[in-house]
Ligand binder design. Structure first.
Ligand SMILES: Cc1cc2nc3c(=O)[nH]c(=O)nc-3n(C[C@H](O)[C@H](O)[C@H](O)COP(=O)(O)OP(=O)(O)OC[C@H]3O[C@@H](n4cnc5c(N)ncnc54)[C@H](O)[C@@H]3O)c2cc1C
Length: 448
C-alpha cells in the first residue's frame, strides 16, 4: 500500500499536537505541516510576560522549533501559507515566502489555523499590529525601547489586563479603555470589580463604558492618541485586545461547515462533518460546552492541545473522543489571581437557566500565617438539586488553582451539599481549616 500522507494546516498548539501524536502512532506515515509564520509550537500565552521583561529572549516562548519537529520526522514548512483546500482532489494550494504557489496532496487533513484578531472598525486601527505572535511581541518590545511614555490598551479581557500590567511594569503610563461596564466579561460584575481594583492599584487607569472612535495617527502612521466620544488619551503605544475570531476563511471556502459560533463544526472525534479524513482542532473549531449543552468557540491553549492530540489519534486510525469543555481558565492580574469555570450568573441568565449563587470572602491561608490575603469565591448551582454549574475565584497568591477543584466538581455534576463536606486538605500555609471552597459551597447550599 502507498504511504499515506497527513497534512496539517497551522503549526502551533493544535497542529503540532496532532503531528506529534500521529508521528508516535505511525512511524511510516508521511506528515507535513504548513505554517505561515516563522515559528512552531510557540506560547502566545507567554507574550505578556515577554513584553513585561520577565521572560527573555523571545525564543524562550518557543517550546519546539521547526528543526526539532523535523528531527522528530515531521516535515515542517514554515513561511508557507495554505491559500486553498480542494477536498475532492485532496490537494492544498500553498503560497511560499516569495509568493510562489505549489500544490500538495494529502490523504488526511487537520485544520488547525487558530484564531485571528477581530478587526476594530475605527479609523487608525489598521495601523496597529495585533500582539498575538512571537514576532509581533518582539516588534512591540522594540517600539517600547524606542521611547514614549503613554500606552493605551483597548479592551479589558484577560489579555488586555495582562498586557496593561506588563506595560506598567515597563514604566509606562497605561490607560485601559473598555466598551463594557466592567472588566473581564468572563466574570460576573461583582467578581470583576475586584480585578479592576487590582489593576487600578497597580497603576492602570481603567476607563469603562467608553467606545473607542479613533486611533489618531501622526503623518508617519504612528499612534499619538486614542479618542472616545468624551475623551482623548495620549498614546505613544496602542495595544488592541478586543477579541479574536476563528480563522476559518480558507476552510470555509473549501466547503467545511461552520457552526453558530462561527468556528468549524466538528463531532466529538474532531471530524469535520461530511468529509472523511478531515479534522479540525483548536481555536478554529467548536467545542461542546458540557454545562450549556451547546457548541461554543472558547479559545484556550488547554482545549487546543487536547483537541489537536485527539485529531492526530483519529487521523491515524484511532478512536479517541473529546469530552467537551467547561471554559476553565486562570490568569494573574496584578496582585490577584483569577479563575473561572462553568457558567456564571450572567451566562446563566443569557441562556435562560435558573441558578442560585453565593459569594464568600475569606483568606488564602490561616489568618495568622504570613502572606494570608483575601480570596473571594463565587459558586453557581442549580436550584433544587444543588448541582454545581460554575465558579469564579479572585484572590492573592494561592487563589487561582483552587478553580481546578471547582472544575472537577462541575465536570462530575457534584452538588454543592457534597462539595461542602469534601475531604480537602488543610495546613496553615495553604488555607484555614475549612478551605474557602467548602465555605462557599456551604453558603450556596443554604440557599437551596
Ligand atoms: C496574548 C495571549 C495570551 C494567552 N494566554 C492564554 C493562557 O494563559 N491560557 C490559555 O489556555 N490560552 C491562552 N491564550 C490562547 C492560546 O494561545 C490559544 O488558544 C492557542 O494558541 C490556540 O492554539 P491553536 O493551535 O488552535 O491556534 P494558534 O496558536 O493561533 O495557531 C494557529 C497557527 O496557524 C497558522 N495559520 C493560520 N492560517 C494558516 C494558513 N492558511 N496556512 C498556514 N498556517 C496558518 C498561524 O500562523 C498560527 O501559527 C493566549 C493567547 C494570546 C494571544
Amino acid at each position: 500500500m502507498a504511504t499515506q500522507r497527513l497534512a496539517i494546516v497551522g503549526g502551533d498548539a493544535a497542529g503540532m499536537s496532532a503531528a506529534s501524536i500521529a508521528r508516535r502512532r505511525d512511524p511510516d506515515l508521511e506528515i507535513v505541516t504548513f505554517e505561515r509564520g516563522p515559528y512552531t509550537s510557540y506560547s502566545a500565552c507567554g507574550i505578556p510576560y515577554y513584553v513585561a521583561g520577565l521572560v527573555d529572549p523571545a525564543d524562550r516562548l518557543v517550546s519546539r522549533s521547526p528543526e526539532e519537529h523535523r528531527a522528530n520526522g515531521i516535515d515542517v514548512r514554515i513561511r508557507c501559507e495554505v491559500v486553498a483546500i480542494d477536498l475532492d482532489a485532496r490537494r492544498l494550494t500553498v503560497r511560499g515566502a516569495a509568493g510562489e504557489e505549489t500544490t500538495e496532496g494529502f490523504d488526511q487533513l487537520v485544520v488547525a489555523t487558530g484564531a485571528e484578531p477581530a478587526p476594530l472598525p475605527v479609523p487608525g486601527a489598521e495601523a496597529i499590529e495585533a500582539v498575538d505572535t512571537v514576532g509581533a511581541a518582539e516588534r512591540l518590545r522594540s517600539a517600547l525601547q524606542r521611547g514614549g511614555c503613554n500606552a493605551v490598551v483597548i479592551g479589558a479581557g484577560y489579555i488586555g489586563m495582562e498586557m496593561s500590567e506588563a506595560l506598567v511594569d515597563r514604566g509606562l503610563d497605561v490607560t485601559m479603555v473598555e466598551m463594557a461596564p466592567q472588566v473581564m466579561a468572563t466574570l460576573d460584575a461583582d467578581m470583576a470589580g475586584h480585578v479592576q481594583e487590582a489593576a487600578e492599584g497597580h497603576g492602570v487607569r481603567v476607563v469603562l463604558g467608553a467606545s473607542v472612535e479613533e486611533i489618531v495617527l501622526d503623518e508617519s502612521g504612528a499612534p499619538v492618541a486614542v479618542r472616545t466620544a468624551d475623551a482623548s488619551f495620549d498614546a505613544d503605544h496602542v495595544v488592541i485586545g478586543t477579541g479574536s475570531r476563528p480563522a476559518v476563511a480558507v476552510a470555509e471556502a473549501a466547503g467545511l461547515v461552520l457552526g453558530d459560533s462561527g468556528a468549524l463544526r466538528v463531532d466529538d472525534r474532531q471530524r469535520c462533518a461530511g468529509h472523511d479524513g478531515v479534522f479540525a482542532a483548536g481555536d478554529c473549531a467548536e467545542s461542546h460546552h458540557r454545562v450549556l449543552g451547546a457548541d461554543v468557540n472558547i479559545q484556550l491553549g488547554t482545549h487546543a492541545n487536547k483537541q489537536g492530540r485527539i485529531a492526530g489519534v483519529n487521523a491515524t486510525g484511532g478512536d479517541d473522543r473529546f469530552p467537551g469543555v467547561i471554559g476553565t481558565a486562570v490568569s494573574k492580574i496584578c496582585r490577584y489571581e483569577v479563575g473561572r469555570t462553568g457558567i456564571g450568573e450572567r451566562e446563566a441568565a443569557d441562556a435562560g437557566i435558573d441558578v442560585v449563587s453565593a459569594t464568600i470572602k475569606d483568606r488564602t491561608r490561616a489568618g495568622y500565617y504570613p502572606g494570608a490575603g483575601p480570596i473571594w469565591v463565587k459558586l453557581v448551582a442549580e436550584p433544587g438539586s444543588g448541582r454545581l454549574l460554575g465558579g469564579q475565584i479572585v484572590g492573592v497568591e494561592g487563589a487561582a488553582k483552587r478553580i481546578d477543584v471547582v472544575a472537577t466538581a462541575v465536570w462530575a455534576g457534584l452538588p454543592v451539599q457534597e462539595l461542602a463536606l469534601l475531604d480537602l486538605s488543610y495546613a496553615p500555609p495553604f488555607s484555614g481549616v475549612y478551605d474557602p471552597l467548602l465555605i462557599a459551597a456551604r453558603a450556596t447550599a443554604k440557599l437551596l
